[in-house]
Write a protein that binds this ligand. Structure first.
Ligand SMILES: O=C(O)C1=C[C@@H](OP(=O)(O)O)[C@@H](O)[C@H](O)C1
Ligand SMILES: C=C(OP(=O)(O)O)C(=O)O
Length: 449
């Protein structure tokens, strides 16, 4: 497996396309669901077949890690993945360091499994992941009886001595994070008794849904203040189950915003996941006046999916409430591009979590816009963007800091600026959206590598 890295060949200059974007495409599989499918299949007894798995670098890291822990994982020529699980409590000690590349989800979720098995492991990642906080999972997971040794500030590399008889955890999330919630629930799988997580604001619930699909008993209760309490009965009999992965709404977001902004565009994105805890961007773009219709809404593999019909629209500024952030946490850089193109001043509220993503996304999104002539301001945890009414000067260089979402956002920005936009490194797009440029070019984007 090759790790994406900055190289002159991954730099890109983007200019306005010759024509509008049009056509029908499908985006790759959902990243969150793909990680979980591999992990849960590796814990189940029997053979799981996965259709539509995201074959991006992040998910390939999870596949490699689960193999190193004893699961048998193969890819068939038809694109299906087969996983022979080792069974809950049966993960084997890995012979070498587990390298999770660029993926926070892989590192955080895997920590829960490693802490709750009687094995010693060491996990690392690339320079971006080694900067990201792991204390947020180490703190609750210490309650299992596992021990952790990390670098200063709780950064990778991280050594974990897991506990073969982990204690069940009861934890209230201090930040809205599906990764922390999932790490605690995954540790609870191998613990006797009930593991409980309380989240003040609901976050994506793919772990809860898929654990049920594999046979675990999970309950979810709403709290009076709009939060949720999730309870998992430990030591379930996890049985292999086939999984169908829907298209990733977080990847669809880039195609969607490009089609809204490039004049005259008309695009259909088929088979996109519509889990309500992931669709905050769709709500927001509609509030801005975006012409976005959902067609043929259906349920596939236990998740709601549908086709998105998008037409170029005249967008107005928006005020996005902080409690919407978990349902669109990865979509702020691309929303910021839409807000820069729109008319009026937008305020995106409650973005503290953006500071601990692949890059400091609050700072890198501000730089993306400012370097291309858009006025912005950070007020506490809010981002304020002065929309240009369709006249973004451009002409700037975007530094992507090993962040795939920044690179894709910059590429969409370049489609609508007056002068071309230079992007220092697009290689990390492969972590979540392999084939991005080819797919966008099939709609008429005219990206030249
Ligand atoms: O659970 C998941 O699959 C994810 C949760 C989110 O992270 P946080 O839990 O840190 O908010 C999101 O940013 C990430 O891309 C995927
Ligand atoms: C934050 C992201 O992913 P992760 O935390 O898994 O690195 C993302 O994909 O935008």
């Amino acid at each position: 497996m090759t790790q994406p890295s900055a190289s002159p060949s991954s730099a890109l200059r983007v200019s306005r396309p010759a024509s509008s974007l049009s056509g029908k495409i499908a985006v790759p599989g959902d990243k969150s669901i793909s990680h979980r499918a591999l992990m849960f299949a590796a814990l189940a007894k029997g053979e799981t077949r996965i259709v539509g798995l995201l074959e991006g670098e992040d998910v390939l890291r999870t596949a490699a890690a689960m193999r190193a822990l004893g699961a048998k994982i193969s890819r068939e020529d038809d694109g299906r993945w087969h996983v022979h699980g080792c069974g809950l409590g049966e993960l084997q000690e890995p012979a070498d360091v587990l390298d999770m590349g660029n993926s926070g989800t892989a590192a955080r979720l895997l920590s829960g499994l490693l802490a709750s098995h009687g094995i010693m492991s060491v996990m690392t990642g690339d320079a971006s992941l080694r900067r990201r906080p792991m204390k947020r999972v180490m703190d609750p997971l210490a309650g299992t009886g596992a021990t952790f040794l990390a670098r200063e500030g709780g950064r990778l590399p991280l050594a974990i001595q897991g506990n073969a008889q982990p204690a069940p955890l009861s934890y209230r999330l201090p930040v809205a994070s599906a990764q922390v919630k999932s790490a605690v629930l995954l540790a609870g799988l191998n613990a006797e008794g009930v593991t409980q997580v309380e989240e003040p604001v609901p976050t994506r619930d793919h772990t809860e849904n898929m654990l049920r699909h594999f046979g675990a008993h999970v309950t979810v209760d709403e709290t009076p203040d709009g939060g949720r309490i999730i309870r998992l009965e430990g030591k379930p009999r996890l049985v292999a189950r086939d999984v169908t992965v829907p298209g990733d709404p977080s990847s669809a977001a880039f195609v969607l915003v490009a089609a809204l902004l490039v004049p005259g565009s008309d695009v259909l994105i088929s088979n996109v996941g519509l889990n309500l805890l992931r669709t905050g961007l769709f709500t927001t773009l509609r509030e801005m006046g975006g012409r976005l219709d959902i067609l043929d809404e259906r349920t596939e593999g236990g998740e709601p999916v549908g086709d998105l019909h998008v037409r170029a629209s005249s967008l107005q500024a928006v005020d996005v409430p902080a409690d919407r952030a978990p349902s669109m946490i990865d979509e702020y850089p691309i929303l910021a591009v839409a807000a820069a193109y729109a008319s009026g001043i937008s305020r995106l509220r409650g973005l503290a979590e953006l500071r601990v993503k692949e890059s400091d996304r609050l700072a890198s999104t501000v730089a993306l816009l400012e370097n291309n002539g858009v006025r912005t301001r950070i007020d506490g945890d809010d981002l304020i963007i002065h929309g240009t009414g369709g006249h973004i000067p451009g002409g700037g260089l975007v530094e992507t800091h090993m962040d795939h979402r920044l690179a894709m956002s910059a590429s969409v920005l370049g489609l609508v600026t007056e002068k071309p936009v230079d992007i220092d490194d697009t290689a990390f797009i492969d972590t979540s959206f392999p084939g991005y440029f080819t797919l966008m070019n099939s709609l008429g984007a005219g990206f030249s590598a």
